[in-house]
Structures are given as structure tokens and as C-alpha cells.
Design a protein around this ligand. Sequence first.
Ligand code: AMP
Length: 212
Amino acid sequence: MVFLGPPGAGKGTQAQQLAGRWRIPQISTGDMLREAARSGSPLGRQVAATLEAGQLVSDEIAVTLVEERLNREDARGGFILDGFPRTVGQAAALDGLLARHGREPLNVMAIEVPREELIARLGGRRSCPRDGSSYHLGNHPPRVAGRCDLCGGELMVRNDDRPETVEKRLQIYQQQTEPLIAYYQRKGLLHRVDGLGAPLQVVERIIRSVEG
Ligand code: AMP
């Protein structure tokens, strides 16, 4: 399964829930890139600057990360991609990769959320740098203030959730990623899901949509 949607649509939250239910890995290129950025290596520092500016890393970097991850044993029985593909080039690379490995067609979930709601969600978002879990101060607070429910780690505001960067990310989504909705619709793989409401309501909508 692939999650498509603008920043703040709930891709990470939904992917984490469903990966747990279906016992398949959640593969988040954003989490992998944030981890690389924290490593402090020369490539990591370059990635950190790209992330902080709200820009996309190159297709080559994103595709290499995903290809390596999909080759791991735990992705054999299925996987959830969260934040990949983000460009038509990445989608084409993913098609090639799946075809080479004789894998089943994707289910692509386009999560739809109005712009004002995205901005409100990103403004209140708190994230766990250790495991990538997301919370919202208003509508999805952690059980203990400032701490991740899963690992107890300290929650932070992501560097790229600052208002100037949010605007840039929404613009890039519109220009580079939104065309993938038509791309997957043409292939007959697209499911549209209303992303408004409580996280569990959205999870149920996604399940209904794929399981029919
Ligand atoms: P996310 O956690 O999915 O919001 O991703 C955070 C940031 O990581 C994005 O704003 C991009 O800078 C970068 N990123 C994540 N996934 C990709 C991708 N598939 N291609 C290029 N850049 C990506």
C-alpha cells in the first residue's frame, strides 16, 4: 500500500496503525531521511539542509533508500509506503522495482484534507524523533505530556513544521506529488479517502476501502 497526501494529511499516523494491524512494515522515507540527517555524516548534513528547507531530496536518493528497504525479508509479505513516491520519477521507479520482483499491484490511498486543516494540524504537531510517531496538542495528545506513548522519548517540533517551511512543502506537494493522483487513477489503483475526523475513523475508512 502507498499513502499519498499533502504534509499533515495523516499518512504517518494511518500507516503506523495499519502496519500494526496487518503486521507488515511501515516504510517512511521521511523517517529514514531524518535518521540520516541526525547521523552527522557529510551526506547526512546535506540531507538535513534539504529537509530543513522543505525541499525534496533527489529521486536517486529516495529510490535507493526504498529499494534497499523493500529487499529486506520483513517486506516480503507486504509493506506500507509512507511518503514515497513523491514524484512521477519515483512512481515510475517503483513500478519497475515491483515488476522486476513479480509483486502484486499496489493499493494507493489518497488522503484528502482541506488546506486550512493541514496548516492547523502541522502547527500543533509534536513528533517522536526516535520512532517517528506523531501527536497533536489538540486532537491527538500523548498520554503523558511531552512524551511518546510508544517509547517514552521526548516529543519535538519537527524543523520543517515551522510556518515558512510548511508553506513551501505544501507548494512542492501541489507541483510534484499531486500529479501522482492522476497517475495512479489511470492505472486503476487509486482509492480516495476522506482524511477528516479522528485517526481511528480514518483507519476504518481505509480498511473498508481496500477490503470492500
Ligand atoms: P515526511 O516525513 O514524509 O513529511 O518527509 C519529510 C521530508 O523528507 C520531506 O519534506 C522531504 O524533504 C523529505 N522526503 C521524504 N520522502 C521523500 C521522497 N520520497 N522524495 C524526496 N524527499 C523526501
